[in-house]
Ligand binder design. Sequence first.
Ligand code: G4P
Length: 527
Amino acid sequence: MSTVLKREINKRRTFAIISHPDAGKTTITEKLLLYGGAIQTAGAVKSKKTDRAARSDFMEMEQQRGISVSTAVMSFEYGGFAMNLLDTPGHNDFSEDTYRTLTAVDSVMMVIDSTKGVETQTRKLLDVCKIKKTPVITLMNKLDLEGMEPLDLIDNLEKELGVECVPMNWPIGKGREFKGVYDLRSGEVQFYLSHRQDRKNDVAVIDLYSDDAEMLVGEHEIAKLREEIDMVKALTPELDMARFNRGEITPVYFGSALNNFGVQTVLDAFSTIAPPPGPREAVSRVVEPNEEKFTGFVFKIQANMDRNHRDRMAFIRICSGVFNRGMTLRHVRTGKDSIVRNALTFLARNRNLVETAYPGDIIGIPNHGTIRIGDTFSEGEDVRITGVPSFAPELFRRARLRDPMKAKALGKGLAEVCEEGAAQLFRPLSGSDYIIGALGELQFQVIASRLMNEYRVDATFEGIPRNVCRWVIADDETKQEIIKRYERDLFFDGSQNLCILSDNLFRCNQIADKFPKAKLSKIMEIQ
Ligand code: G4P
């Protein structure tokens, strides 16, 4: 293995941030960029208020997605490490996109609002990390507000998420009295000397048992703090790296993203304890990052990068080898080899042509709809990386045309928009309806607006009495038997996979009971 490749792999950290809306993901993202030197002052990226407006207005949101597309990944250097922070959409309705982004990372930062504890969206996202055994580093945020007691927060996290916590530092005071953190490993106290929100704070590192500590914390408080620290130390186990790497335990840091307290500490954790890019499962074998030949898979497609050309960006996570501009890559699904000269990389908020990229890096390939989510690219090998899931939608609508002459354009528009992965297209085995399945209501509005703007198709979506979707995983013979018997409940998804759309789970279970050889699945691996 080339030593350059080995070195480059070891210095890469590819991660995403998960949280419930409003816990502080946007704030911490910006602060990471600030501490990573990618931006000079914080507060410029976006105001929360404009974001709110966009959330309630999907057209604006689409525009926002268009202009802020480079936030799909933000790369920056930190302490000699190449950090790739993958953004996950904050809105619940885009959760499928979020889930898939989690397949492209090696670790995750979980942000918890310390005034609220664990919330629903965090729970759902952490479940995905658990399935994937992704290492998770936790930031208890908003310590500058009067929140729950630190011990109660740890308890809440362990009970609600079923993950063991290992505190790495301990807050000194909370709310208005939040003064710093005690590092439970080094025994040092970090005091926040300045209180800037837009720039890095000055931090004094001192000994907990020194006079300086007594002066800064206060005579009474220091005694209480020393006692508390003794207790926490006695209760805190060592960080077992093997268990952390399997996602069984999470190191916990306390801080306040808004006030830049603890940002550097948690960023340091990503360089010191988060893992570099690891192996990836493929259909026939395991792909190791240090293999000389390139492999990568598409985890996200974003359209409308340039409205005039109707182009899309396919985001590829590199799994092995080196990407060099001008190299020939095989698009494994189609078997087509082509020279890639226009791949992009994303440095902070700028896009640049990528010359060289390594495992863990994300490159964007502009295309006109030939590339799909889950596709693998290789240097000639017919290898298919697995593990990019499609989740069963929960809402279903039938597309209705106002002008019946536009049926062909409707089919094309729906197929293309759904290939981006935010919603799924289903066709019944009997009949010619187009059924769209999504995880959130907002998707239907977005699709209707895109059909109108990009395909000149005026379509509406009406409810249908179906709300359960299960893919049928079975051999061809069993599938034929199921089709014979339950044709009216059966549909093909956009990749011609057979699935049941039903109005109740009971019916699905009935089919499962009748055909024990078939597996009915809520998750389909895109291949
Ligand atoms: P999100 O992306 O997870 O949805 O959360 P975001 O960062 O937008 O933060 C949600 C709100 O919480 C924002 O306030 C933000 O300023 C605030 N916040 C984030 N981190 C901290 C922290 O450490 N301490 C305190 N006190 N607040 C924090 P907002 O009022 O909704 O928006 P804005 O008007 O302040 O921008």
